[in-house]
Design a protein around this ligand. Structure first.
Ligand code: AMP
Ligand code: GLY
Length: 420
């Protein structure tokens, strides 16, 4: 089989490593991939948002199965056009990807179907939004409607910040057209849990739970990033919470999408907050999370490609999806300065004898050698029987990898290990 993977980050590298375990896989193409992915797949310089380029390439290269990993091509309908030329693909179609690409859609869906989430109001006009935040409860959360590279959420701790957030999103359009409408929602408190799930539109199978570490610095200080590390399983996701999530959130969401004529096939990511009133949805993503994928898939015992094909064919109910009982920790190594400006082009040294996996995100090949090319450079994932051992092992390996101006959080997993 020839498999095409759209995307070029740590998530895609993890998916590719897993797909390679299937003996039927001959060639994997990554569009565009990256310098590290090039060791595991044929990288082709076609951008993830270049839908015409992707489809033309797929049609010309006898692709048997495609995996569309990032949000942008899913929202642009990459799966629809691949299917239209007869290529089965993993990921929701454009109609279903809206669950991530419009926060107004997802909030209205949850309200209509009674799925627990933060109370909210939608605004199309800045003046009305400003008048609302002049009187609403503070802190308050302001979200641009559309995709904004994961940055369209502002938590306003004061009224002044809330007014400024409305102005920057709706008037100054700091997130572009994503800010043509906004959601203003209640501030929730509690530990966060990420649950990725497989769903074929009828059946939903949650994967092992995980915890992201979004802030740049130790102790959850500093700016928000794409994610500085993850652990799995998430100790806040107890069996009791899991049971409630299945009944109150996962199944109702799949049913709601079906009832709306938008059946969701692919990986549906539930961003949850475990509040004192029970689990609530913070956000849906229509794809695998990054760096969550870097801890979740290494714990998957079943064959990933088989599961993905079952999802596309609507046969998930008959397919085994098993995870190991162990734990995983992923520490992201970033370029100094990230998420602000950072230098590129520094040589990366990765020893051969690591006891962890390295998933490359922001690196390129220069004269055959790996050099940094992005903010988040790579993720180091270790698995072990216990979370404490997985964390210790991940850090042992991180210390053996070097590049100039490398930085990483030293406390990935600490909060989880404190849970009794
Ligand atoms: P999102 O981009 O929707 O994942 O939001 C980014 C982060 O903002 C989340 O991971 C939460 O930490 C935080 N957040 C989003 N919505 C809320 C809310 N209603 N209350 C508290 N924190 C929130
Ligand atoms: N790590 C969060 C996300 O992928 O959206």
């Amino acid at each position: 089989m020839n498999v095409l993977v759209v995307g070029g980050g740590g998530r895609e590298h993890t998916i590719i490593r897993k797909i390679k375990e299937n003996p039927d896989v001959e060639t994997i193409y990554a569009l565009p991939g990256n310098g590290g992915i090039a060791a595991d797949a044929v990288c082709v310089n076609i951008g993830a948002k270049d839908i015409d380029g992707i489809v033309t390439f797929a049609g010309d290269h006898k692709i048997d199965y495609a995996i569309v990993a990032p949000d942008d091509p899913l929202a642009l309908g990459a799966v629809d056009v691949l299917n239209a030329i007869g290529i089965p693909a993993f990921g929701p179609n454009k109609k279903a990807a809206i669950i991530e690409s419009s926060k107004v859609f997802s909030k209205n869906l949850m309200k209509k179907y009674g799925i627990p989430t933060a109370a909210y109001e939608v605004f199309h006009k800045a003046e009305e939004a400003k008048a609302y935040v002049e009187t609403c409860k503070i802190p308050v959360v302001i979200k641009a409607d559309g995709l904004a590279l994961g940055k369209g959420v502002i938590i306003a701790m004061t009224r002044e910040e809330a007014v400024a957030a409305v102005e920057s999103i709706m008037c100054d359009r700091v997130f572009g057209d994503s800010g043509s409408q906004i959601v203003v929602e209640e501030f929730l408190e509690g530990p966060e849990v990420s649950v990725l799930s497989f769903t074929d539109g009828n059946v939903v199978v949650p994967m092992v739970s995980s915890m992201d570490h979004k802030r740049a610095l130790d102790g959850d200080q500093g700016l928000n990033t794409g994610g500085m590390g993850t652990i799995a399983p998430n100790p806040f996701y107890t069996a009791e919470v899991a049971d409630r999530c299945m009944k109150e959130i996962f199944v109702p969401t799949i049913e709601a999408m079906k009832a709306e004529g938008r059946p969701f096939k692919g990986c549906l990511y539930f961003g949850l907050m475990i509040t004192k009133d029970g689990p609530k949805v913070i956000e849906y993503n229509c794809r695998f999370g990054d760096p969550e994928t870097q801890v979740v898939l290494p714990l998957l015992k079943s064959d990933l490609l088989t599961i993905m094909q079952a999802v596309s064919e609507g046969k998930l109910a008959e397919t085994a999806v098993e995870f190991s009982d162990g734990a995983a920790c992923c520490v992201v190594m970033a370029s100094g300065g990230y998420p602000g400006s950072y230098e590129k082009g520094h040589a990366i040294t990765i020893p051969e004898d690591l006891s962890a996996e390295v998933f490359v995100a922001g690196a390129a090949l220069k004269d055959g050698k790996l050099v940094t090319s992005g903010g988040r450079v790579l993720g180091v994932t270790a698995t072990a029987d216990t979370l404490a051992d997985a964390v210790a092992k991940a850090y042992e390996n991180v210390e053996k990898i070097t590049f100039e101006k490398a930085f990483y959080r030293r406390d990935i997993g600490r909060r989880a290990l404190e849970v009794k």
